[in-house]
Design a protein around this ligand. Sequence first.
Ligand code: PEP
Length: 251
Amino acid sequence: MRKPFVAGNWKMNKTVDKATLLVADMLPGLEAVKTVDRVVCPPFTSLMVVAGMLAGTEIGLGAQNMHWEESGAYTGDVSPDMVKEFCEYVIIGHSERRAYFNETDESVNKKIKAAIKVGLTPIVCVGETLAQYDAGQTEAVVSAQVKADFAGIDPKDAMDLVVAYEPIWAIGTGKAATSDQANDIIKNAVRKNLAVQFGEEVAQNMRILYGGSVNAANAKEFFAMSDIDGGLIGGASMKPEDFVKIVEAAA
Ligand code: PEP
């Protein structure tokens, strides 16, 4: 049985004072749902403060990105060790980073390996563009991403990795995929290729999330699907009541 997993990606939102208020608002509700792994991913500037607020709870903390190098002349970037000082998780390969910051499957692969090396659990995002979706290329695109992103990773390190299937056309647009569509791609493009890479047993144990306009009203339908193990939540993760409801829907 895979334990459900819900992570909130706050993107480039919330100053430290606002992050503090948001965590304080959602903390009691999140703490109550013990049967779901719950993670929040604020911007770097709030990680230290939020880590303090989450100390002693079972709620995980994640960063939204990191560099793969251990240290060096990479102005403006953050190393795996720096993330590990505060976090257990790191989002890697989010479509916004792929679209605006030249993130490629090659850099995603390096980042996954670097995260594993320092003991961080990566939440790896894959998904197709609207043009690829319209051209009927979803399965091929997502399969190719999974193969490239996880190349060379040892199956013994793969079990704990989390993958998020996020159709790019559904992120922040209010246009969610249908639960059947999402489940079909997760099963036939994500889990199937993970099984080729890591073996059936490992693939059956890995959590695969759906992300893209999940909200308090549609979450239950997604999380009821056989291969959807939870969600990566953007906008709705910054509305305390809605995020708690989404987490409850995964229980
Ligand atoms: C995301 O940021 O990963 C995301 C899925 O955003 P939203 O839920 O707003 O579509």
